[in-house]
Design a protein around this ligand. Structure first.
Ligand code: NAD
Ligand code: AHE
Ligand code: ZN
Length: 369
């Protein structure tokens, strides 16, 4: 079939809207009509050329929601008409990682996914005979896409696509980092670096579990009002801090954060996030992804004296199990999403979404098909 998609032809170039060819689902695969997709900073990370795994030409996008149009042979858990959220972290429930119960990082299809290919080693997208690569196993910047059955969460049919698409990455990553990865307890003091589409969901998660101080750190003063609405108790703009930011945060949190979260992708900030943690027990969680060649560093003494450095992908969530529950939380009013979706765009205007991200004007821009 033919479908419309935003194609990233080469690193650093704007996306262009094309009518591409999409081959039908093979065994174990599902054809999905994407109804809406968010723009996450990770899409921009890859578009810009910073992603060491970036492959071009590709159809980016990994924060979508849509409807099953067709299923390939052997698909048993989904049928035409089901509403779904694509999962860049699948859940096969059979691999060593899934069976370990220690991680959400299913390994069933990671090797081919990282090469921009479906599990059989080929792409379903092409244009004039030239293959176009998949992205994070999702490619939600296309009106139709093909995914493995294990990379789709079935969700309730009354959930609005243009809001719950955000559960496909940002909401689940932020809230999940608090609940699944850090396991923040009531009364804890939390510091969140970066109050964008991820950090605001970390704040929302921290409030949900009953954190005490929730300190937000961002260079953009425009983030303050929204962060307060989501539960931030103290705002720190590093540009306005006299002296050392880490010392300032340690003082503000009565000796250091019980938990800190880096939601930017800046390796210098990752160090600050670790070092503002409380001696003896503070845990720092890296969420931001950093570009090719970047490395983190600290004095080993920071770990010797009891701080823990961790990371999280997709908030530690097992997508097929956890995503439908998070959709329920949204539909039941337990979590808020709508105010974070600051811009709704047509596919033709997708590059404006990246401009808004760079300008610090959007939290989440969502493309509606
Ligand atoms: P975003 O652009 O919406 O937000 C980033 C925020 O960081 C902005 O508010 C910006 O003003 C702020 N910021 C930038 N530099 C700063 C600095 N030096 N100090 C303080 N604040 C600063 O991005 P996002 O969509 O929220 O994504 C955040 C990061 O998380 C990105 O690196 C993204 O790739 C990554 N991410 C990781 C996962 C995962 O599973 N680990 C999932 C989603 C996103
Ligand atoms: N390709 C990058 C890694 C990017 C990365 O860490 N991605 C996160 C999801 S970000 C979503 O917005 C992730 O899921 N990581 C685990 C995995 O298996 O990719 C690089 O540095 O090579
Ligand atoms: Zn993302």
């Amino acid at each position: 079939m033919k479908t419309r998609a935003a194609v990233a032809w080469k690193a650093g170039a704007p996306l262009t809207i094309e009518t591409v060819e999409l081959a039908g689902p093979k065994a174990g695969e599902v054809l999905v009509e994407i109804k809406a997709t968010g723009l996450c900073h990770t899409d921009e990370f890859t578009r810009s050329g910073a992603d060491p795994e970036g492959i071009f030409p590709a159809i980016l996008g990994h924060e979508g929601a849509g409807v099953v149009v067709d299923v390939g042979p052997g698909v048993t858990t989904l049928k035409k008409g089901d509403h779904v959220i694509p999962l860049y972290t699948p859940e096969c429930r059979q691999c060593k990682s899934c069976l370990s119960r220690k991680t959400n990082l299913c390994t069933a299809i990671r090797a081919t996914q990282g090469k921009g290919l479906m599990p059989d080693g080929s792409s379903r997208f092409s244009l004039d005979g030239q293959p176009i690569y998949h992205y994070m196993g999702c490619s939600t910047f296309a009106n139709h896409t093909v995914l493995p059955e294990i990379a789709l969460a079935k969700i309730r049919e009354d959930a609005p696509f243009d809001k719950v698409c955000y559960i496909g990455c940002g909401v689940t990553t932020g809230i999940g980092a608090v609940i699944n990865t850090a396991k923040v307890e009531a009364g804890a003091n939390v510091v969140v670096f970066g109050l964008g589409g991820i950090g605001l969901n970390v704040i929302q998660g921290a409030r949900m579990v009953g954190a005490n101080k929730i300190v937000g750190v961002d260079l953009n003063p425009g983030r303050r009002a929204m962060a307060e609405k989501f539960g931030m108790t103290h705002f720190v703009n590093p540009k306005e801090v006299e002296g050392d930011l880490v010392a300032h945060l340690v003082a503000l949190t009565d000796g250091g954060a019980d938990y800190s979260f880096e939601c930017i992708g800046n390796v210098d900030v990752m160090r600050q996030a670790l070092e503002c943690c409380h001696r003896g027990w503070g845990v720092s969680v890296i969420i931001g992804v950093a570009g090719s060649g970047q490395e983190i560093k600290t004095r080993p003494f920071q770990l010797v004296t009891g701080r823990t450095w961790k990371g999280t992908a997709f908030g530690g969530a097992r997508g097929r199990t956890d995503v439908p529950k998070i959709v329920d939380w949204y539909m039941d009013g337990k979590i808020s999403i709508d105010p974070l979706i600051t811009h709704t765009l047509k596919l033709e205007d997708i590059n404006k979404g990246f401009d808004l991200m760079h300008a610090g004007e959007s939290i989440r821009a969502v493309v509606v098909f």
